[in-house]
Design a protein around this ligand. Structure first.
Ligand SMILES: *Cc1c(COP(=O)(O)O)cnc(C)c1O
Length: 480
């Protein structure tokens, strides 16, 4: 069994084995003609059920054959131009190279003595990101597993900085279309059930600052403590960007921590054309970025950044065996002092390889392309009487619904749209997402693939209309 451990004696086997896997994936990627096969849970689960994990195959090729059957054939492929559903990007090759390196070397970024140069590389990328945001000379941060964890950590710091005697008095202000991790964080942080105040949005799905001002005033008058305002720099559903400068002004006025959740919109930090759309982010106390959304990085790759490095102390604990206090005096950089995690992947290496090979402008160019694509898609939808489109995109998302001319019952229109999404998924021809707007079912394109064309969008819209019409035709038949 020692032959399976990667070491000096097995380096050749490592090369052979990983290459075999890479060959399979490359062959798969080169030949997938649809984003999904449409496989059902019922069809797939018996194939996995029947595998006996206590009966290994001992042979890599045989295991890869099996993997083809239980996973690769029916996986959902984000690189396909007709995958238009969630915030999943196609990934850049330099990042995959980084992934191969980081998993084999297997550095753990909690302490210097488990990573050495890895720690310095991560720190340099954090500094680079802080500079792109414009957070100032005292800024710092740390890589995390994703936007959810970044938001949790930012709100932990905000809670501690609020210095409240009673957590029940703390309030977080976030728009009604902010990410649900804000509410989840409030719960994990021991705040009360009413802790998150939902601020209404305007027609463009941006936080109404007049309403925010009113809520901050109400909070102060009621003897409650405003803990944080979460402004979203690119909402998950609409890509809408809250008015950051106005919100920052209110936060200064009321002395409230400003967290900008730019999990999605962070791609603008590299943009060559649209950087100004996220202006005001430099006034945040903390920022969430998800490189695994708009920097074309494989999952996971995210970071939380703060204006004042000293606030990260709220996540600092010392263990004699790991990061004793004396190491701080010795100026040994232990990233665990800033992180909620202990053992932690060297995800930063993926971004490092990306920036070293492609440069930030390369990433920004790709993100600009998907923003431009969304603008084209909006025109397409706005000109098509079969569809109602919600907001003109600030990033790369389009929310719309099929509206048949002959049907007026909104519930029936909901069902037709739900049906169309399901039927499309089952066909595997394309994958789109769905959401609700004012209680009604809508469909969504999240465009993160520069390979997607306007013709792809037009073709998928035709497919959607076809499925919806089929549903309505069938439902007429049922009624008669
Ligand atoms: C995706 C997203 C998150 C959560 O990020 P994960 O990486 O999925 O944990 C948080 N906020 C916004 C605005 C997002 O779009």
């Amino acid at each position: 069994m020692r032959s399976h451990l990667l070491n000096d004696a097995t380096a050749e086997e490592y090369r052979r084995s990983v290459t075999e896997g890479v060959e399979r994936v490359a062959a798969k990627i080169a030949t997938t003609d649809r984003p999904f096969t449409g496989v059902t849970v019922d069809a797939l689960s018996p194939r996995i059920d029947e595998i006996d994990l206590d009966e290994p195959l001992h042979d890599t090729a045989a295991v890869l054959d099996e993997l083809e059957d239980v996973y690769l054939r029916d996986a959902v492929y984000f690189h396909h131009p007709r995958y238009l559903a969630h915030l999943n990007c196609p990934v850049v090759i330099p990042a995959l190279l980084g992934e191969a390196v980081l998993s084999a070397v297997n550095s753990s970024l909690d302490t210097w003595d488990q990573s050495a140069g890895g720690t310095l590389i991560e720190r340099k990328l954090i500094d680079w990101t802080c500079a792109r945001i414009g957070l100032g000379p005292a800024a710092d941060g740390v890589f995390t597993s994703g936007g959810t964890q970044s938001n949790l950590q930012a709100l932990l710091l905000a809670r501690e900085e609020a210095k409240a005697e009673d957590f029940a008095s703390l309030r977080i202000f976030a728009s009604e279309v902010s990410h649900f991790s804000v509410k989840k964080s409030a719960k994990l942080l021991g705040l009360g059930p009413d802790a998150v105040v939902s601020v209404p949005v305007d027609h463009d799905k941006r936080m109404q600052t007049v309403a925010l001002a009113r809520e901050l005033e109400r909070c102060a008058k009621g003897g409650l403590v405003p803990m944080a305002v979460v402004a979203t720099g690119g909402t998950t559903d609409f890509g809408s960007i809250d008015p950051l400068p106005e919100i920052a002004g209110l936060c200064e006025q009321y002395g409230v921590w400003l967290h900008v959740d730019a999990a999605y919109g962070c791609g603008l930090l590299a943009s060559l054309k649209y950087r100004d759309r996220i202006d005001g982010i430099e006034r945040a106390d903390s920022v969430t970025v998800d490189y695994h959304k708009s920097f074309f990085q494989p999952v996971s790759s995210s970071a939380v950044l703060v204006r004042d490095a000293a606030t990260l102390r709220h996540a600092t604990y010392h263990a004699d065996y790991l990061n004793p206090r004396r190491m701080v005096q010795e100026r040994i950089p232990n990233q665990v002092d800033k992180s909620l995690q202990t053992t932690r992947r060297f995800d930063a290496l993926k971004l490092w390889m990306t920036l070293r090979v492609m440069g930030a402008d390369g990433i920004g160019q790709l993100f600009d392309e998907v923003c431009d694509l969304a603008a084209e898609g909006w025109k397409l939808l706005a000109a098509d009487p079969r569809f109602d489109v919600v907001v003109r995109p600030s990033l790369s998302t389009l929310v719309f619904r099929y509206i048949p001319a002959a049907v007026t019952d909104p519930a029936e229109i909901d069902r037709a749209n739900l049906y169309a999404r399901k039927a499309l998924f089952a066909s595997g021809d394309a994958v789109v997402a769905g959401t609700k707007v004012a209680g009604r079912h809508y469909l969504k394109f999240t465009l993160l693939n520069p390979e997607t064309t306007t013709a792809d969008m037009a073709a998928v819209l035709d497919l959607i209309a076809g499925h919806a019409e089929q549903y309505l035709g069938d439902s007429l038949d049922r009624a008669s």
